[in-house]
Design a protein around this ligand. Structure first.
Ligand code: IMP
Ligand code: MG
Length: 180
């Protein structure tokens, strides 16, 4: 197998830029949630790297849990949402910070926010590493956004194309000939 970075046409966000911005987001979260009963909920699998880096920079006591949601599509078009892992912690009366890799149409976050709101949390705030504003179909409040990016399909740092490229340390645009 060849080096996955060879499939990248252009690096959009470097490791260094990611590190700096994640530090800024963590500092904001830390000041906003100081003294609160915080549960950080990550969406599997795309938030793996982002969540790991983010929570290590948040100097607050917090609980960590995950929700699995999959569109059961192996390409770039999202389809029907299926929950593959349910939340284990009780979030009733707690502050929830919902973390996702990318806010695209907003369909995923809308479904997860609705689900969480049924569990009577004090508040649900959202944090996404990336946002593609041009693609939004649902009006989802993103309280913390790492980077606004153009309408391009990106991979790396947890983001996949057909489950590949999640292990690339930077975020890049795939070579167009690799899309089927
Ligand atoms: P939404 O439900 O349309 O907002 O899509 C959100 C989900 O689609 C994300 O959690 C990603 O898994 C996936 N997604 C959207 N855009 C991209 C992209 O550019 N690269 C990789 N995954 C993406
Ligand atoms: Mg995905």
């Amino acid at each position: 197998m060849s080096d996955p970075s060879a499939d990248i046409a252009k690096v959009l966000i470097s490791e260094e830029e990611i590190r700096r911005r994640v530090g800024e987001l963590a500092a904001q979260v830390q000041s906003d949630f100081a003294g609160r009963d915080l549960v950080v909920v990550g969406l599997l699998n795309g938030t793996l790297m982002f969540l790991a880096d983010l929570v290590r920079e948040i100097g607050l006591p917090l609980r960590l849990d995950f929700i699995g949601v999959s569109s059961y599509s192996d390409g770039t078009e999202s389809r029907e949402l299926v929950f593959t892992k349910e939340l284990k912690l009780d979030v009733a009366n707690r502050e929830v910070l919902l973390v996702d890799d990318i806010l695209d149409t907003g369909k995923t976050l809308r479904a997860v926010i609705n689900k969480l709101n049924g569990m009577a949390p004090r508040q649900v705030r959202t944090c996404v590493l990336l946002s593609k504003k041009a693609r939004r179909e649902y009006d989802i409040p993103a309280d913390y956004i790492g980077f606004e990016i153009p309408d391009e399909f990106v991979v790396g740092y947890g983001l996949d194309y057909a489950e590949k490229y999640r292990n690339l340390p930077s975020i890049g645009i795939l070579k167009p000939e690799l899309y089927s």
